[in-house]
Design a protein around this ligand. Sequence first.
Ligand SMILES: Nc1ncnc2c1ncn2[C@@H]1O[C@H](COP(=O)(O)OP(=O)(O)O)[C@@H](O)[C@H]1O
Ligand SMILES: [Mg+2]
Length: 420
Amino acid sequence: MSSPPLAPPAQPAQPDGPGRAAAQVSPPGSPTVIRASGVGKKFVAYHKRATSLKERFVRREAANGDDFWALRDIDVQIGRGQTVGLAGANGSGKSTLLKVLAGILRPTHGEVAVNGRIASLLELGAGFNGELSGRDNVYLNASLLGLSKREIDRLFDSIVDFSELRHKIDDEVKHYSSGQYVRLGFAVAVHVDPDILLVDEVLAVGDEAFQRKCLDKIAQFRSEGRTILFVTHSLDLIESMCDRILVLESGNMIFDGQPAVGTKLLRQRLGSLPVEGVAVPYDLAPVKPTAVTFSHSPGSPAQVQYDPGEQLTVSVELDLTDHAPPHVYLHVEIMGQGEIPIWMMETPAGGISPGPGLSVVDFVVPRLPELLGAFAVNVRVSDASTGQPVTARRFEDLFGVSGLQGAGLLRVDYEARLRR
Ligand SMILES: Nc1ncnc2c1ncn2[C@@H]1O[C@H](COP(=O)(O)OP(=O)(O)O)[C@@H](O)[C@H]1O
Ligand SMILES: [Mg+2]
C-alpha cells in the first residue's frame, strides 16, 4: 500500500445548474476525487503470467511480440461519496486499474490524479512483508498510509480486534492463511480514516462471517460519504451497494454507468443472459444493426415461413457513422425459444468493410436443416481489427420453419412401437 501524492481536485466543485455536464461521473456539487485520463498500462511479455489457456491464446494474438496492454485508454472520474463497483472477467485489468489508481503501478500512458487519502486492500500479499510479524505489518502499513506512530498506537487494538487475529499478531505473516492476510489488510485499510477506499476482490477469500463484517464496514463508509471503489464478481452486490458500475473487458472500459444496466451487459458478455434489445449503449454505437429481414434470396420479397430444405437469407441492415471501425465483424445467432441458440453465422475473420451509411449483409443458408419452430435473431457487432465489441442487439422478428410453434426442435425420422 502506498499513499500517492495529493493532487488538486481534477474537477473542482461546481454549482449545480442546468446544462452541467457529466452528472453521472460526479453527482452535482461533488468534487472529483479520482481522475484517470487516457490511462494505459503495458506489461512486457516475458513478465506475463498467462493464467488460463484462453488468456495465453488471446494474448498471442493481441500482444504482437513483446508488449501486452493490460489497460488501454481509460478515462474515468469518480466523485466524492460514490460507491463504485468494478467488474469484468478474469484478466480484464481490474487489479491493474486499482493499482494504478492507488499509485502502486505507474501508468505507461496517461495520468492519475487523486484528491484525498487512499487506503487500499489490493491483491493478496501486496503491501505485506512476510518476514515481519502481523504487529509490525500493521505499523508498517498504517505508516505508509500516513499515520504517525502515536496514531497507530491508539488504533492498534481496534485494528487487531477487527481482524480477529489477536492470537497470531506476533507471528510472521508468512505463516498466515490467505484469509488471515486479508483480514489484517482490511482491518488496517478501514482504520486509517481513508477518504477513498479501494478494495480488490480479495474479500472473497475470507470466511462468510468476515465478508459480512467487511460489507457492513463498506456500507458504513458509504453512509459516511466516503468514496469506495471495489472489485467483485458478485453482480448482486454491485446492484445492491453501488451507485455506479465500471466494466472492464480486455483492458478497455466497456461500460460506465448504472449498476442495473452494467450488470445486465456483463451477464450477457459472460454468457449467462441472452442479448436483448438495447444491451450496450446502442444509441451511441458507431455501427448499428438497424433491422433484420428474412427472404428466399438476397433482395427478394420478405418471407417468414419456410420448409426444411428450403433456402433462407437472413439480411442484417447496418448503419455506420463516420466513426465506425473500417472493418466490421458480425456474429449472428439464430435463437430458439427458451433462449437456446440453434446455429450461428459470422462474417469472414477479417470482417467486412461497409463504409459509412446504410448497408446490408446477407447470410444465405442454401438448405434449412430439418428444424421445426420459430426463431429470433441476436446480432453482435465487433471491430474486426481489434476484436473489441461494438454493440449487440436482439431482434424479436421471427421466422418459422414448418409452423410458428415449437422450440427449435430437430426433425428426425422415427417410429413408435409397442413392446410387451
Ligand atoms: N505484473 C504483470 N506483468 C505482466 N502481466 C501482468 C502483470 N499483472 C497483470 N498482468 C496481466 O494483465 C492482465 C490483467 O490482469 P489483472 O489486472 O490482474 O486482471 P483482473 O484483476 O481483472 O483479473 C492479465 O492478463 C494479467 O495476466
Ligand atoms: Mg484481479
